[in-house]
Write a protein that binds this ligand. Structure first.
Ligand code: ATP
Ligand code: MG
Length: 302
């Protein structure tokens, strides 16, 4: 049973045990020492878990510990063709240095002639996006949404304190543990702050902030905008600026043209409208998000 959505379902002791188990396994894997040369011989490959732009992700089992992991397999020729090799090195560097309860750990990595293998903690709850789609009306309750936003804000705050901007926060890149807690994943677009480069636009444009669309210099506050978009999508079931044309979506983003449905609470509206600010410095910080009455009131209820 998926026991994640709705924090009250999972007893705290179970969650603590799981965290302890994760730590133990990470330590066990590290027992091989930093100089151990991992290879595919150390793993049994299982079912495919997902597909990314440059490779696939498979479930795998470490032969020694029997620990289940996810292996993201990147094809070098594809990376080179798209000039993405530096971005992957950055993804590895960034993700090995981050350690936080809501950030997907990169356990180790290795390569052969053709491929790079990233060994990631297995997020058995799958994508938040899929859970959202499986909900009644394709949306979460405000209490559940608040729990997720609190955890995402916690992870982003930690990234920013470590001078990392994620830049690709969206439900597809948020994975869930067995206990239904958030794991921020996919640091493929992340950068060390500050950054004045324009992100190559691909995939969904719904989460792009105005400063990126307008090709202006940007900072870590791009992630704050995305938290606003995410909060809206979790509660409403679709992102706030969605249209069937990319250009129209861009126009709506630049005008911050948001319409709030009547079922949304005043507190949720207040939080989202304080994140979806055209001017990045007007946006609430992650600490302010975590102290917002919408988050605090749902915490006291659960
Ligand atoms: P893209 O940039 O196109 O989003 P990507 O190449 O960066 O893709 P990821 O987003 O990291 O790849 O992974 C692709 C998909 O594989 C995820 O959306 C998810 O469904 C699945 N997946 C990735 N890592 C894990 C994991 N650790 N546990 C479970 N599933 C995972
Ligand atoms: Mg992804």
């Amino acid at each position: 049973m998926f026991c994640g959505v709705g924090s009250s379902v999972v007893p705290d002791t179970y969650r603590d045990d799981l965290i302890k188990l994760h730590r133990k396994i990470i330590n066990d894997m590290k027992l091989k020492g930093p100089d151990y040369r991992w290879s595919m011989n150390d793993f049994q490959i299982g079912a495919p878990l997902g597909r990314g732009k440059f490779g696939r992700v498979y479930l795998a089992r470490e032969k020694n510990t029997h620990y289940m992991v996810a292996i993201k397999l990147l094809i070098k020729s594809e990376l080179l063709k798209h000039g993405m090799q530096h971005q992957v090195i950055r993804e590895i560097e960034i993700q090995t240095h981050l350690s936080h309860p809501h950030i997907l750990p990169l356990l180790t990595y290795f390569q052969d002639d053709k491929r790079i293998y990233l060994v990631l903690e297995f997020a058995s709850g799958g994508e938040l996006f899929k859970q959202l789609q499986n909900q009644h009306n394709q949306r979460f309750s405000e209490a559940t949404s608040a729990k997720f936003i609190d955890q995402v804000a916690d992870a982003i705050d930690y990234c920013h304190k470590n001078k990392v901007i994620h830049r690709d926060i969206k439900p597809e890149n948020l994975l869930l543990t067995a206990t239904g807690d958030i794991m921020l994943a996919d640091f493929g677009w992340s950068v060390h702050a500050p950054c004045s480069k324009r992100k190559t636009m691909c995939g969904t444009v719904d989460y792009l902030p105005p400063e990126m669309i307008e090709n202006r210099a940007y900072n870590e506050k791009v992630d704050y905008w995305c938290v606003g978009v995410l909060c809206y999508e979790l509660i409403v079931g679709k992102p706030p600026f969605e249209t069937n044309s990319q250009n129209l979506t861009f126009e709506r983003i630049k005008k911050v043209d948001v319409k709030y449905p009547s079922f949304m609470s005043a507190l949720a509206k207040d939080l989202i409208s304080k994140l979806l600010k055209y001017n990045p410095s007007d946006r609430l910080t992650m600490t302010e998000v975590r102290q917002h009455p919408w988050i605090l009131s749902t915490k006291t209820k659960s």
